[in-house]
Design a protein around this ligand. Structure first.
Ligand code: PSU
Ligand code: MN
Length: 300
């Protein structure tokens, strides 16, 4: 039988009816290097608290679906080895097998929805990989956005992806892609992608209202909020593009595919930018936590 394990902090927030923001754990175990990953995970949680909402970092620990992690659990997860990367396909097997796994955007959305949490902050979602016309690598994050009613606050899709194709798939699946205070779709490390964001909203209240209207209309699925990285932390396309190209070449040469592709590409971009991409990744994540907290408050 499935049981949701709420952390003390999340349980207290539920009892008091406080606004909650879900946070994913794949970024901790597969997206950021140790030991910085723990520090960033704690900062992300604190950012949500500072704005008057309560963070719920989601993961599977020894088969238990955790909604919120204690300090100690977060620390253990950040140092753990052999942690599974859980998407929709993996979640049930991981829980029933009693393993430890980190949730991607897709799996975090499923767990957040089960826990009654409607807002979720991440860095960037998965999407259509470059060359997907040959290898069909399209992240399950896109299908999840079409199915599960959670607002995902991101800095767009990761720029290692094929952004025009990612936008097309989201459109086909009926996912609202909403630029926050911006007309252009941000490209994760950069504020600009050369692509228009299909929709634009300028306040957390409007984002909350649109979500509630979608639910009232009976349209399944969530909303993708594209929140650009703060200007002073962005990496211009002229610097990040060659770094991404280098990373993609390395992946091809080493035959990195499937679940390993995204973590590998992120760490290669980090090397190619001498660590600058990491600082930008942290800045945009914290920026997304702030907006998600505001949306969560507007929903209450
Ligand atoms: N954003 C980041 N770092 C990450 C990820 C997103 O800044 O590590 C993770 C998310 O969990 C996302 C996953 O769901 O990468 C996508 O993986 P894939 O392309 O294999 O679906
Ligand atoms: Mn994939």
């Amino acid at each position: 039988m499935l049981k949701l394990n709420f952390s003390e902090e999340v349980q207290a927030a539920r009892d008091a009816g406080l606004p909650l923001v879900a946070l994913e754990s794949t970024i901790i175990t597969h997206g950021l290097p140790q030991p910085r990953n723990l520090e960033v995970a704690q900062q992300a949680e604190q950012q949500v608290r500072d704005l008057g909402a309560v963070p719920a970092t989601i993961a599977v620990l020894g088969g238990a679906l955790q909604i919120g992690l204690s300090r100690q659990q977060l620390e253990q997860l950040s140092k753990a080895t052999g942690v599974w990367k859980l998407s929709r396909a993996d979640l049930a097997v991981a829980i029933s097998q009693g393993v430890t796994g980190a949730t991607t955007v897709a799996a975090t959305m499923i767990a957040a929805h089960l826990a009654g949490i409607s807002v979720f902050a991440t860095g960037g979602i998965g999407g259509v990989h470059r060359g997907a016309e040959l290898d069909f690598d399209v992240s399950a994050d896109l299908e999840e956005l079409a199915k599960t009613p959670v607002i995902v606050v991101s800095a767009g899709a990761k720029a290692i992806l094929d952004l025009p194709k990612t936008l097309e798939v989201l459109e086909t699946k009926g996912v609202p892609v909403i630029g926050y205070q911006i007309n252009e779709l941000p490209a994760f490390w950069s504020r600009e992608s050369g692509l228009n964001a299909p929709l634009r909203l300028d306040t957390a209240g409007e984002i909350a209202a649109a979500f509630q209207m979608r639910c009232s209309l009976g349209i399944e699925g969530g909303q993708l909020i594209a929140n650009p990285v703060p200007q002073e932390m962005e990496i211009p396309a002229s610097i990040i593009s060659p770094a991404i190209d280098t990373a993609i070449r390395a992946a091809q040469e080493q035959g990195i595919k499937g679940k390993e592709a995204t973590p590998f590409l992120l760490s290669e971009v980090l090397k190619a930018t001498d660590g600058r991409s990491l600082e930008t990744n942290v800045a945009l994540l914290l920026n997304n936590c702030r907006l998600a907290a505001e949306i969560a408050k507007a929903l209450v």
